[in-house]
Write a protein that binds this ligand. Sequence first.
Ligand SMILES: Cc1ncc(COP(=O)(O)O)c(C=O)c1O
Length: 481
Amino acid sequence: MDNIFIIKKEATIKDAMGCINKSGKRSAFIVDNENKFIGLVTDGDIRRAFLSGSNLLDPVIKISNLSPFTVKNDILENDYLKIMRDNKIHELPVVDNKGILNNVIFLSDLQGITLSKPDITRKEFDAVMEVLNSSILSIGPKIKEFERKIAEYTNSKYAIAVNSGTSALHLCIRSLDIKDGDEVITTPFSFIASANCALFERAKPVFVDIDPDTLCMDASKIEEKITKKTKAILPVHIFGHPCDMDVILEIAKKHNLAVIEDACEALGTEYKGKKVGSLGDCGVFAFYPNKQITTSEGGIILTNNKKIAELCQSMRNQGRDEGEGWLNHKRLGFNYRMGELNAALGSVQIDRIEEILEKREKIAQSYNEKLKNIEGIITPYIGPEVKMSWFVYVIRLDNKLFSKNNRDKIIKKLLEKGISCKNYFPPIHLESFYKDMFNYKKGDFPVTEAASDSTIALPFYNNLEEKDIKYIIDNLKQIIK
Ligand SMILES: Cc1ncc(COP(=O)(O)O)c(C=O)c1O
């Protein structure tokens, strides 16, 4: 057992502080000369002791908890997390029958490596605090600042910030007057909101299968799905990889269809040197905490079309037109506004976008390098003339070597090792309510289904450490063996 968080019972408060400082934990654990566990002292105990007049050289034992919660070393490791959660403790001393301290379990170690994590610095804290201090928490300067920055970054004329990517998609659908009976061509391999947004207005999402490499909608299969009812094409730049926009835009032009880009996962992605999200009639980004930048919850609509911009501005704000009074409602609207705290957070994050994308690129490259020669694992494909903005890092298992069942077992085993991972994405057409509404069945979109059965999204975030990547890959290799 590591001794860095242990002190002897004769230790002083100063010794305990040194121990806590060195270990980086919240407590020091006290043992006698035979290593019998006596108690623990937390950084909070030390603070309180000073406040009530203790000195650095006072014996630590006087201010310690001498009857802390402990467990015996015959408890199963799998139970540690539950015991700690139930008892609301962060550190669990494990002792043997003679009371000797065998181990200390730290909650932070058990929680493992998360799938995603936002990258929040002092600047974000300060920006949010500034808004709180200003008392302008909604419809203030920060939303305008955030919109201006995103519009500039994507080279778009208008940017309308809202409270989620889903709301952004919904407003795009409404602003294009897509309604009951209309059809929207999209992909079944996506997060469900990209298809649901058509259903919100009783329009039908019509699916086109995906390209097996890019996992984006296969543009060569779009035209066969166009009918008299088709109003729009809604491509999704999945996992940050762009769709084949030249082909999609050409088909849209030929058939007089609108294009709504779902770029929720692709802020910063470039297709032939142009940023996605600004290539169609309108495009959207999302800012949930797993995205490249976050506003906690949030989304934004981009467009160069004044009419679409004005409709979206009005509909996010209860149908009020710009400059109208609070109780004047020109059309049916929603409260989809982004708050000032969210916009302030986003404004700092977009200032950091280059640094963020670089960090993500480095992590993706590290994964690529370490995974490249492992049989059965396919690393993410990147097409020509593409600059990826990495949303997630998704590997695929070779369908010839691994069944869906194998993939699910691998995910389960990784989770047991404290490595978060997910099957991004299950096919939308096989969600039960889609099957009920449209009679979809297995086999309808075989490329999507094969991809869905084989993907594993691995932990991926800006500050994922090399040692964690190594731990993930070592375990993955071991498990797939
Ligand atoms: C492709 C895609 N579309 C839409 C959304 C919806 O965004 P939000 O969760 O902000 O509503 C997401 C979010 O994950 C997404 O990945």
